[in-house]
Design a protein around this ligand. Structure first.
Ligand SMILES: [Zn+2]
Length: 356
């Protein structure tokens, strides 16, 4: 049968369309600020947080990031380390991952924030920024004209969280906290986002999962980094592995393994570890705080099981007089306990979790 001219034209048009469509399917470069990664490549650089003026006068900050941009389309997974300045295991885990995620076999994009809170990292401060005294993980989504911590938060919100489809905020016990590994599953937000967050927690592989039902729903007052993603409709997770300013192999490996598990779960890589088989969901948890300033003596270890009313530790004044004894409010497990003597009124003593 002869092909009519009109059919020939239609077939040609179809071929041209298929060709164009396949070209369009190739990934464009992924760009954050002046850092741009072509498909199948890795790009690194820094985000600048401009110096503050007037009442918030300061020198600004830099945020080192890397973009691993896969050859194929897929999710954009943001990984943030160093939100707290003396939490080193996530920082070192991301240094390893930067070398070990192959963009040539990756579907999607990984954004690595190597040190979110550079002022705190360089000054080796726990909890609070040495510049404005604020906890970076309590000022999200930040403000463009606020104090330095607030401007760092605004930069991360705009340049990282807004660009991601999924977020993992990586923590460990701070320089003063002795901690057993766990993750937070945040249940607030749309049910589909909360469920996707639970699947990420299972995929990360830490068997202790704190169920957190108390994060704010207001995107303008999200407070926490991971909750900034969730209030913007993006599944997110906070994990804790390591502590006391240490850089131990076990804690770093658990973070690396967890991220590999989430990447497999999201279809970004074919290989990776399986989800945790028997998760322990901790429906009840409480941060115990000191009512006094002085010297803290722990009576428990991280990971220890305690009965209701068991002594967690005591605080003395600077002349050795006991000011308070802190007791377990319910039977559970010590997820972290302060491991250094310095304590100020209102600060955490320990975090206790239980199944119910
Ligand atoms: Zn932290």
């Amino acid at each position: 049968m002869a092909i009519s001219p009109s059919l020939f034209t239609r077939v040609s048009a179809l071929l041209a369309f298929v060709l164009l469509a396949s070209r369009a399917a190739a990934q464009p470069p992924f760009t954050i600020g002046s850092i741009s990664a072509a498909p199948g490549t890795v790009a690194s650089g820094t985000l600048a947080v401009s110096p503050g003026a007037g009442a918030t006068k300061d020198d600004g900050a830099m945020i080192p990031i890397s973009i691993v941009h896969g050859i194929r389309p897929g999710p954009t997974l943001a990984l943030t380390a160093g939100v707290h300045g003396q939490e080193y295991t996530p920082v070192l885990a991301l240094q390893r991952l930067l070398r070990r995620i192959d963009p040539q076999s990756l579907a999607g994009t990984v954004i690595l924030v190597h040190v979110a809170n550079m002022p705190s990292y360089l000054a080796r401060t726990i909890y609070y920024s040495p510049v404005d005294g604020k906890n970076l993980n309590r000022v999200f989504p930040g403000t463009a004209d606020g104090t330095l911590s607030e401007r760092i938060a605004a930069t991360i919100t705009r340049e990282v969280i807004e660009r991601a489809t999924h977020v993992i905020d990586l923590h460990c016990g701070d320089g003063n906290e002795s901690l057993r590994p766990y993750s937070y599953w945040i249940t607030t937000g749309p049910p589909a986002v909360a469920d996707a967050g639970k699947q990420m927690a299972l995929a990360f592989g830490l068997d202790h999962i704190v169920v957190d039902r108390e994060r704010p729903l207001d995107a303008a007052k999200s407070i926490y980094l991971s909750n900034t993603a969730i209030t913007r409709g993006k599944p997110a997770l906070t994990i804790e592995s390591g502590g006391l300013g240490r850089t131990d192999e076990e804690s770093i490996a658990a973070i690396e393994r967890g991220i590999a598990g989430v990447m497999k779960h999201l279809g970004m890589r074919a290989d990776g570890p399986a989800p945790v088989a028997q998760p322990l969901l901790l429906e009840r948890s409480e941060v115990l705080r000191s009512a006094n300033t002085g010297i803290f003596y722990p009576a428990v270890e991280r990971g220890q099981t305690v009965a209701q009313g068991a002594l967690i530790g005591r605080v003395t004044d600077f002349h050795g007089k006991t000011l308070e004894e802190i007791k377990a409010p319910f039977a559970g497990e010590i997820l972290y306990v302060i491991g250094t003597p310095a304590i100020s009124k209102g600060e955490p003593i320990a975090f206790v979790g239980a199944k119910e």
